[in-house]
Design a protein around this ligand. Structure first.
Ligand SMILES: [Ca+2]
Ligand SMILES: [Ca+2]
Ligand SMILES: [Ca+2]
Length: 281
């Protein structure tokens, strides 16, 4: 029976005038009749419908429900696995990003260290070059010093010192004023000769030159003092009539052509004469 015919059959049994009195028992009585008729029709169609139809439907429904539950569980599992995989993938991605960041930092530090190492290497090379230059300059200065020392020794070698007693003497070949002579002796580490014994007087006398000795009265007239500050007193080996201070003679010389023990004369200090230096051995 079609649905339209089925609906007409149901509501055809209901009298329009009885609608207000229609109760549920009448409706469901019609429905039960229709249901019985429907089952009878299904029973006659091909003979397939039997009295066990309700049990198969139940089994069918149970199977459908079970299959649905199974699908639901499978979907839940898939979603759970998907969520877990997504979380693990995110965590792995974060770890990769962190490792990449650390790698970048290490690479930058490595580059900085390489640059620093390059700078230090350059500074080391510069210091080594500077050290080499300084070493060469030091060697050159040492060589120059050696040359100067040798030249100084040669110059000193030209000055011939004569040893006597505890002293040694230098008789100059050049002539200077008394003051310049005194200064030159000091430059040689000596002083104008101080004659303080007869033996020394005789030695100086025999040197054979007219020369300045370290005696003067320039500070106080007639007070003769040696260059070390000692006063001569009444002693001395003056020539006869000397010192006479003619025109202000304040410096003493020795004249070898006179008597050995009477050979001193006072002279003008501005005159240039040979001179005799004395220093300790
Ligand atoms: Ca002396
Ligand atoms: Ca004088
Ligand atoms: Ca004189």
């Amino acid at each position: 029976m079609a649905e339209t015919e089925f609906a007409e059959h149901i509501y055809g049994n209901v009298d329009a005038t009885q609608c207000s009195n229609l109760d549920e028992d009448n409706v469901y009585a019609n429905q039960q009749t229709i249901t019985t008729e429907t089952r009878d029709e299904r029973k006659t169609e091909g003979g397939k419908f039997t009295g066990g139809d309700t049990t198969e439907v139940k089994y069918y429904r149970v199977a459908v429900v079970s299959l649905g539950l199974l699908c639901f569980l499978l979907l839940a599992v898939i979603m759970s696995v998907g969520i877990t995989g997504t979380a693990e993938r995110d965590q792995l991605r974060n770890e990769i990003q962190l490792q990449q960041l650390m790698y970048n930092n290490l690479t930058q530090e490595k580059d900085q260290l390489q640059a620093l190492n390059t700078n230090l290497t350059q500074e080391k090379d510069q210091l080594q070059a500077l050290n080499t230059n300084l070493t060469q300059e030091k060697d050159q200065l040492q060589a120059n010093n050696t040359d100067l020392t040798q030249e100084n020794n040669k110059l000193l070698g030209i000055i011939r010192w004569t040893c006597f007693g505890s002293s040694q003497y230098y008789i100059s070949s050049e002539q200077k004023t008394w003051a310049d002579s005194k200064q030159h002796c000091m430059n040689l580490g000596a002083h104008l000769v101080i004659i303080d014994s007869e033996e020394e007087q005789r030695l100086i006398y025999t040197q054979g030159k007219r020369a300045w000795i370290g005696l003067s009265d320039s500070e106080t007239e007639s007070i003769w003092k040696w260059v070390d500050g000692k006063v001569l007193g009444d002693s001395g080996y003056w020539m006869k009539g000397e010192p006479n201070d003619t025109n202000g003679e304040d410096c003493a010389e020795i004249l070898p052509q006179k008597e050995p023990l009477a050979s001193w004369n006072d002279e003008s200090c501005r005159k240039e004469k040979n001179y005799i230096c004395e220093k300790a051995k």
